[in-house]
Every structure is written in C-alpha cells, then in structure tokens.
Design a protein around this ligand. Sequence first.
Ligand SMILES: *[C@@H]1O[C@H](CO)[C@@H](O)[C@H](O)[C@H]1NC(C)=O
Ligand SMILES: *[C@@H]1O[C@H](CO)[C@@H](O)[C@H](O)[C@H]1NC(C)=O
Ligand SMILES: *[C@@H]1O[C@H](CO)[C@@H](O)[C@H](O)[C@H]1NC(C)=O
Ligand SMILES: *[C@@H]1O[C@H](CO)[C@@H](O)[C@H](O)[C@H]1NC(C)=O
Ligand SMILES: *[C@@H]1O[C@H](CO)[C@@H](O)[C@H](O)[C@H]1NC(C)=O
Ligand SMILES: *[C@@H]1O[C@H](CO)[C@@H](O)[C@H](O)[C@H]1NC(C)=O
Ligand SMILES: *[C@@H]1O[C@H](CO)[C@@H](O)[C@H](O)[C@H]1NC(C)=O
Length: 687
Amino acid sequence: MSDEETDSRSVALIIFLILITGVLVAGDSLDTDRDVLLNLKSFLEETNRVNQGGYSQWNGHSPDSPCDWPGIICSSNNATTRVTGIKLPNRQIAGEIFGNFSLLSELSHLDLSKNTISGMIPGDLSLCRNLYLDLSSNKFSEELWNGFPRLLKFSVSENHLTGPVLSDLFTENCSLKILDLSENVFIGGVPVEISKCRNLEILNLAGNNFTGKIPAEIGSISRLEALYLGSNNFSSVIPDSLLNLKNLTFLDLSKNNFGGDIQKIFGNFTQIRFLVLHGNSYTGGIKSSGILKLPNVLRLDLSYNNFSGSLPIEVSEMPSLIFLILAYNQFSGNIPSEYGNFSRLQALDLSFNRLNGSIPPTLGKLSSLLWLMLANNSLTGEIPLELGNCTSLLWLNLANNQLSGKIPPELTNIGRNATATFQTNIRLSTRIIAGSGECLVMKRWIPADYPPFSFVYNILTRKSCRSIWDRLLQGYGLFPKCVAGSSVRTFQISGYLQLSGNRLSGELPPDIGKMQNFTMLHLGSNDFYGKIPPQIGQMPLVVLNISRNNFLGEIPKEIGDIKCLQNLDLSWNNFSDTFPASLDRLTELSKFNISYNPFISGTVPATRQFATFEKDSYHGDPLLQLPKFMDNSTDDSPKSMARKPKRRTKWAEFLAILTKILAFLIAAILLVMVFLLVLSAIVLIKI
Ligand SMILES: *[C@@H]1O[C@H](CO)[C@@H](O)[C@H](O)[C@H]1NC(C)=O
Ligand SMILES: *[C@@H]1O[C@H](CO)[C@@H](O)[C@H](O)[C@H]1NC(C)=O
Ligand SMILES: *[C@@H]1O[C@H](CO)[C@@H](O)[C@H](O)[C@H]1NC(C)=O
Ligand SMILES: *[C@@H]1O[C@H](CO)[C@@H](O)[C@H](O)[C@H]1NC(C)=O
Ligand SMILES: *[C@@H]1O[C@H](CO)[C@@H](O)[C@H](O)[C@H]1NC(C)=O
Ligand SMILES: *[C@@H]1O[C@H](CO)[C@@H](O)[C@H](O)[C@H]1NC(C)=O
Ligand SMILES: *[C@@H]1O[C@H](CO)[C@@H](O)[C@H](O)[C@H]1NC(C)=O
C-alpha cells in the first residue's frame, strides 16, 4: 500500500466517522451533547420538511459549537461546558416530541412552547435530573405525564391534555414552584394531594373543566402568590382556608358560572391585589360582599356579568385601585362624579353598559389615566373640556354613544405626556405570569380592525396578551410610527381617539395637529362639518377615518405629508374642489375610500399606491377622472381581482427572501454531505 493510498483511506475514514457519529451516541461531554443535538436536528428535519426553524442552522464546525447554535444555551462548571438549555419556542415544530432529551444529562431548561407538537409527553423526560420545562401552546394530548412534580417549573398550558388529574401524581417530595396546567381539557376534581407541593408559588388550573369543590388543602400552601381557577366549573363555595394564604396577591375565579351575589368571602381577602371575577353571572353583591372595602386591590375586574342598577360610588374610595373594569354589564344611570377621585387610576373601562347622562367633568382630575373606555353606552351631552387635563390619557374610546357638540379644543391636550405614569408602572411591575382576562381586555382596548393595531390579533395568546399589556403600561410602542413629513420610524407609544358613532358636530379644532402621540383618529358617523384644518397633516397618523360626516371644501393637500398613513376613509362627505395630487406621496396607503363625495373633481393619480385601488374606492364621485386602467374592468371581475397587487410589508418580503436563501443553503449542504458520504464509502470499499 502506498502512502498516498493510506492517506486517502484515513481521510475517507475520518469523514465517514464524522458523518456516522451523529447517529450513534451516548456519554457525558459537550461532544456527546453536540451529537444528541445533531440527532435532534435530523429528527426535527425529518418531521418538519417545510418551515424549518433555526435548528436547521445547527452544524458542527465552529470551535464554539454547539454553544453558538441558535436556541442552545451552555453553562460552564469546573472547567467543563455542557448544554443546559434548549429554547425553541414558536419555531413551527410539528409532529411528535423528540424522545431522547434525557441523553443531554445536564439539561435544565427546555422551552418548546408555541409549536404544534402532538402526541403524548414521553417518559424519557422523567430521566432528566435538573429540568425545567415549558411545553405550553402545543397540541399534546392524552393524559398528564407523571414526571412533572419533580421539576421546579412545569407548564403545559394551551394543549389538548385530557382526563382527570390523578391524586397519586403528587408525591411528598413534589418540588414544584410553578405549575401551569391551564387551557387543556382536564376534568373531574382537583386532588387534595396537590397541597403536597408545598413550595408552589403559582398554581394555574384555569381554562379546564374542573368540577367540585376547590380543595381546602390549597390553603396550606403558604408560599402561594397566584391562584388561577378561572374558566372551570368549581362549586361556588370558596373554602375559608384560602384566607390563610398571606402571600396571595392574584386570585382569579372568572368564568365559573357563579350567579347571584358575589360570595361574601371575597370581602375578607385583604391581602389580594388582583381580584378577577369577570364572566360569571353575578347580579348583585358588589356592596354587600365587602369587596369595595378591600385595601390592596389594584385590579378589580367584574366585567361580563349581569350587574344592573347604578354604578357603585363606594368603589371610588378603594385606595389602591389602578384598573377598574366594569364593562359588559347592564349598569344604568349616570357616571358618578366621584369617579374623578381615584388618585391612581390608570384604566376606567365602563364600556358596553347602559349608562346615560353626560361625562362628568371631574374625570379631568384623573391625571394617571391611560385608558378611558366608555364606548357603547347611551351617554349624552358634550365632551367635557376638562378631559384635556388628563395628560396621560392616550387611549380614549367614546364611540357609539349620543354625544353632541363640538370637540373642545382643550381635548387636543390629552396624552401629551404620560411619562410619569409609565415610570410608576416600571417600578410597580410584578412577576405575576400570564393571567386571565388580559386577552379579553386587550381585544376591547386595541382596535382590531385597524392596521396599526390589527397585527396584534394574529399573535394573541395568553402570554402575548400579558406581555403586550405590560409593554403598553410601561410606555413601549407596539409598532413603529413616524412624524409628519418624515418616514423615519421610532417605537414610540401610539394612542387613539375613537369618537365614531355619535352626534358630534362643528369644525375640528386646528390644534389637532398638536396630538403627536396619536396614530389613529376615528371620527366616522358623526355630524362634523366645515373644512378639515390643514394642521391634521402634522399628526403621525396611520388611520384616518372621517367617513359619514358633512366635511366640505377642499381635501387639505397636507394629508399627503402623513407619511405612514395606511388607511384613509373620506367617504360620505361633501368634499369639493380638486383631488389633491399630494396623496400620491402616501406610499404606505393600503386602504383608501373617497366614495360619495359628489362634488369632488380632478384627476386621480395612476401611480404608486393609486395603481392598486379599484373603482370600489370611488363610488358616487361622478366628476372624478379615474386612471385609465380601470376603464375596461368591473369591480368584481376575476381579472381585476387577479390584477390587484397584493401588498406585502418589506419585512415579510425580506423574510421570504431569507427563507429561500436558507433553504437553498441547506439543500446545498445536504447534497455535499451525501456526496462526501458516498465518495468516502466508495473509496473505503475500493481500498
Ligand atoms: C433515541 O436514541 C436511540 C438510541 O439511543 C435511537 O435508537 C432512537 O432512534 C433515538 N430516537 C430519536 C427520536 O432520535
Ligand atoms: C420522591 O421522588 C422519587 C422520584 O424522583 C420517587 O421515586 C420517590 O418515591 C419519591 N419519594 C417519596 C417519599 O414520595
Ligand atoms: C364539563 O363537565 C361537566 C360535568 O362533568 C359536563 O357536563 C360537561 O359536558 C363538561 N364540559 C365540557 C366542555 O367538557
Ligand atoms: C355598539 O353600538 C353600536 C351603535 O349603537 C351598535 O351598532 C353595535 O352593535 C354595538 N356593539 C355591541 C357589541 O353591542
Ligand atoms: C370608517 O368608519 C365607518 C363607520 O363610521 C365604517 O363603516 C368604515 O368601515 C370605516 N372605514 C374603514 C376603512 O375602516
Ligand atoms: C355640498 O357642497 C356643495 C358644493 O360646495 C354645496 O353647494 C352644497 O350646499 C353642499 N351640501 C351640503 C349638504 O352641505
Ligand atoms: C367605500 O365606501 C363605499 C360606501 O360606504 C362602499 O360601498 C365601498 O365598498 C367602499 N370601498 C372600499 C374599497 O372599501
């Protein structure tokens, strides 16, 4: 055998071995961890042939591998480095779960949440010695895995697990601090043995079909801080023992079909800071239960019940109240002027009731108020100019009432500076995990149908509602906005002014241009008249809807300066003069309607975004000259539908390109590997 032959044989052997070791592994070192991960990678690639996530970039060659692979966390101890964490949340992973995680003997943190992994939770996980574990928001089914009480944190929320939770799952040495079984289909009673988990701080059983009594034994878990029992069918008798839980700050008993009066026991939970009782069928007991005397309650949520009669005045004396949520009841009568006395109130949500009378001017004293939600009542009278003193007020929704009169110029001062309130919240922020009711509230507080906010709806899960809520409260913007004349975007907070569906009239105050924190202005279906002040062009708007009013005169050309405008509805007004060519500068515009303005004339541009709108945007505008391309198409012909360009955001385009490049690279790498494997095998055989 020549040297050359020996050389090529050993090279081939090495390549062969490198490629083959990915399959045969066991042992305890970073190298074996890497091999297990490569196994995991091929397992994931096998079960997910499209939409492969970051794990497809796991490959062996850099000196820091596998610690520099996306989603992999390593820790060093006594000069040995090992894989201790795998984070693959929201990676579109489907199929069953990998069955060999226990081969990563130092794994302590495994997060596979927000995928669509199905099947059973494997016994293999019981062999992991130091795990944490987050399997929430998947499609796991069948029964609960019996290894969980040995963990510190176990979350399987938002899966399809069923059956009763058996008492023998809970052993004396249960070490759980956080147990989250929420949003599954568990049935039957909660076993009293759950109290063997003496270290529990957070117990979340919400969103199942648990029945029977709440076990009195829960009252002996002295470290318990948060107890989520909402959306179940518990009996309405709440055990007294829960009053012993000195650390309990969050109590959620929403949606349990409780009716009649609020149980008296709630008035004794003096330690509670969050009391969440929405979605029951209570009719009374707000006063008699004593809850209005609770000294520490920050959030009181009694929405979606059947309360009627007048709003309780006593609530205004609750010293700690920050969120008062009484929406979706049948409260009637006036809003008490005492509601201006809450010194710390940040959200007042009285929407969807039967309130009448006018908005009390005392609400102008609420200097910390961020949200004022009074939509869908029968409020009358004018908007009090005192509201302009609410310098934190960023989200004002008065839609669908019978308010009349002008917009007071003072109102343009709202939301000017909410910094002080946001600072308070940054200091206050609790570590309470995703709670209950946030999604319901977010849907009411964030207007779903409008572009700046609508994206939120696609990502609403229990956790995301909570984090969006937290971010809003601390003053972080949810989406980039840009100020007049500029397309530079910044993540600043974006407020809205929602006044549609009233009888408001008069002209818009020119000071509206000062509302620099507002991205949505919805004034539709009112009786506004007069010219639109050109200052509107100074607002950083994304949505401007002034449809169904009596605005007249020319459409201010300054609207063309609102660089980030996406949705402009001018329909059903009485605009005249010529169509402002400046609108052509609105490169983000994706919805446009100027229908039923019979006196508008001039020529509609045929370029940029205006090449994408159809005749449907120009109904009932006989004097308007439409672009030529519309001549031989009718609104609903398949041809015109097909031609309508689909708008994709730059980000989505970027992602699509990136995905293609990645797919190409992976395919190329795979091809080279197969080629090398075959080549080395051939060489080996030949030699
Ligand atoms: C787990 O490891 C064994 C060998 O230890 C192997 O036979 C099996 O295919 C592996 N399972 C997965 C899902 O990779
Ligand atoms: C403690 O947990 C182990 C499992 O790690 C179990 O085998 C053992 O029976 C438990 N001990 C008690 C006293 O429950
Ligand atoms: C919940 O449990 C009750 C009583 O066991 C049963 O009648 C009901 O159908 C269950 N509901 C669901 C949604 O499984
Ligand atoms: C809100 O009020 C408007 C107008 O009064 C009405 O059309 C709408 O149905 C109401 N919405 C709900 C959810 O009640
Ligand atoms: C504008 O508001 C009106 C109601 O006032 C509504 O019917 C219309 O759909 C809104 N336009 C857009 C584009 O959302
Ligand atoms: C609409 O505008 C036209 C032209 O400016 C004017 O003659 C007419 O009176 C206006 N109609 C209403 C109802 O304001
Ligand atoms: C514009 O408004 C008119 C009248 O409300 C409506 O019929 C039409 O469908 C709307 N067009 C678009 C593109 O939304």
